[in-house]
Design a protein. Structure first.
Length: 372
C-alpha cells in the first residue's frame, strides 16, 4: 500500500462509507467492506471476527484465506483461541496493532494442513464505537511483516466506521423487534375485540337456538354449532396468547405454566439456578415451550407434562417431557413435523442445541440448550 491516495482510492473509500451507512445485513455488509478495503490497500487477505461479551468469536467475513485455513470448513478459524482474540478479550487491543504473527498459521504448518501462501503476519484492528466493542479486523499479505503508520491510520479509520455501522445495525434490529412486539400486541387486541367477540356471540345464539326449538334435528344442529364455536374460541385464546403472552413479566416458567393451564395441561415445573435472559432468548424459549406444551396436549394423548428449566451465566437449558404415546423418531432423518422443525430452527438460530428423544409407548422428551 503506497502513501499516496489516488482518485480510485477515494472512490473505494466512498463506496465503503455508503455500504456501511446503508446496509442492514451484518454478514453482507462486512463481506462487502472487507473486499473493498483490500482493494484500496492493495492487501490480499482479510477476515473479521465478531466477539461477544463472553469472549466467544465468530468468523463473520473473510477474503482469500490461504488453503491451510480453509480446511474442514474453516475449522481452524472458527475454533480455539489465538493471540489477537486473546489480546482483544484481555482489553490489550485498543488501536491498530502493527503486526501480530498468526498463531493459526503457525499451528497449521506442523500439521501440514495446506499451503499458507506466504502469509505469516497480519495487522489487527479492534472494531468499536465509543466504549462498545464488537470484534476485530485482520488484514495481511504474503511475506508482509510490517505496516507503516499511514497504513495503520487508514485501517483504524475504516475500523471505526465499521464499529459505528455495527452499532447502527444493532439499534435498527432492536427497533424492528420493538415494532414487531407492538404489532403483535395490536393484532392480539384486534382479535380479542372483534373475532373473539363474534365467536362468543355466535355461541350464545346457538345455545338460545337449542332452547327455542323443539325439533330434534334442529337442536342437534345448534349443539354442533355451539361445540364448534367453543372449540374455535379455545383456538382463538391460544392464538392471542401466542401473540401477546400474559404473565411473561412474571418469568418464563410462570408464563408457560399459565399457558399450560389455559390449554388444559397439568405440568410439574422444576427450576434450577437463575440468570437474566436476553430478550431474544426469552422470546425464543417462550415460543419453543409453547409449541412443546401444545404438542403434548394435541398429540401425546396425555394431560400431564414436566417442565425443567436450568440457567447459569453461560447457558440456559429447558426440557419438556411427557409420558404419552410417543412416536418413532430417527435423529438421522429429517423432522417431518412443522412444529418440531420450528422449535429446532428457533434454537439453532441462537446457536443452541435441539434434541428429541421419543419411542412409541414411552413418551417424548425435548431438550433445548442455548448459550448466553
Amino acid at each position: 500500500m503506497s502513501g499516496e491516495t489516488t482518485y480510485e482510492d477515494i472512490t473505494v473509500l466512498k463506496e465503503i462509507a455508503e455500504l456501511l451507512n446503508e446496509g442492514t445485513d451484518t454478514k453482507m455488509v462486512l463481506s462487502g467492506v472487507l473486499q473493498k478495503l483490500l482493494q484500496v490497500t492493495g492487501l490480499q487477505t482479510g477476515w473479521i471476527f465478531l466477539i461477544d461479551k463472553r469472549g466467544r468469536h465468530e468468523l463473520i467475513a473473510d477474503v482469500a484465506l490461504p488453503p491451510a485455513l480453509l480446511t474442514n470448513n474453516k475449522q481452524r478459524m472458527c475454533q480455539g483461541k489465538c493471540w489477537c482474540v486473546n489480546r482483544y478479550n484481555n482489553h490489550d487491543l485498543n488501536k491498530a496493532t502493527n503486526i501480530i504473527e498468526c498463531k493459526r498459521i503457525e499451528d497449521a504448518m506442523p500439521d501440514e494442513a495446506g499451503n499458507t501462501c506466504g502469509l505469516t503476519h497480519h495487522a489487527t484492528v479492534p472494531l468499536r464505537a465509543g466504549e462498545e466493542r464488537f470484534g476485530i479486523l485482520n488484514v495481511g499479505s504474503p511475506y508482509k511483516t510490517h505496516f507503516e503508520k499511514n497504513e495503520l491510520a487508514l485501517l483504524e479509520a475504516v475500523a471505526f466506521q465499521i464499529g459505528t455501522a455495527l452499532k447502527r445495525i444493532k439499534l435498527t434490529h432492536r427497533e424492528q423487534e420493538t415494532a414487531l412486539i407492538a404489532e403483535r400486541n395490536r393484532l392480539a387486541r384486534d382479535l380479542h375485540d372483534s373475532v373473539n367477540q363474534l365467536l362468543f356471540s355466535l355461541s350464545l345464539t346457538a345455545r338460545a337456538g337449542v332452547e327455542m326449538t323443539s325439533e330434534a334435528e334442529v337442536k342437534q344442529t345448534f349443539r354442533y354449532i355451539q361445540d364448534l364455536t367453543q372449540e374455535a374460541l379455545g383456538e382463538m385464546r391460544g392464538l392471542i396468547w401466542q401473540l401477546k403472552p400474559q404473565g411473561l413479566e412474571n418469568g418464563l416458567v410462570s408464563a408457560l405454566g399459565s399457558y399450560a393451564e389455559m390449554i388444559g395441561l397439568s405440568i410439574e415445573s422444576k427450576v434450577t439456578g437463575a440468570a437474566s435472559l436476553p430478550g431474544k432468548v426469552e422470546e425464543a424459549l417462550w415460543r419453543i415451550g409453547q409449541e412443546g406444551l401444545a404438542n403434548c396436549k394435541k398429540h401425546a394423548n396425555t394431560d400431564a407434562a414436566m417442565l425443567s428449566f436450568q440457567a447459569d451465566e453461560n447457558e440456559v437449558r429447558m426440557t419438556i417431557q411427557d409420558a404419552g404415546c410417543g412416536f418413532h423418531y430417527d435423529e438421522n432423518s429429517p423432522i417431518l413435523s412443522l412444529g418440531l422443525r420450528n422449535m429446532k430452527t428457533r434454537t439453532e438460530a441462537l446457536h443452541g442445541q435441539f434434541k428429541i428423544t421419543s419411542r412409541l409407548g414411552s413418551g417424548t422428551t425435548i431438550h433445548i440448550r442455548i448459550p448466553l
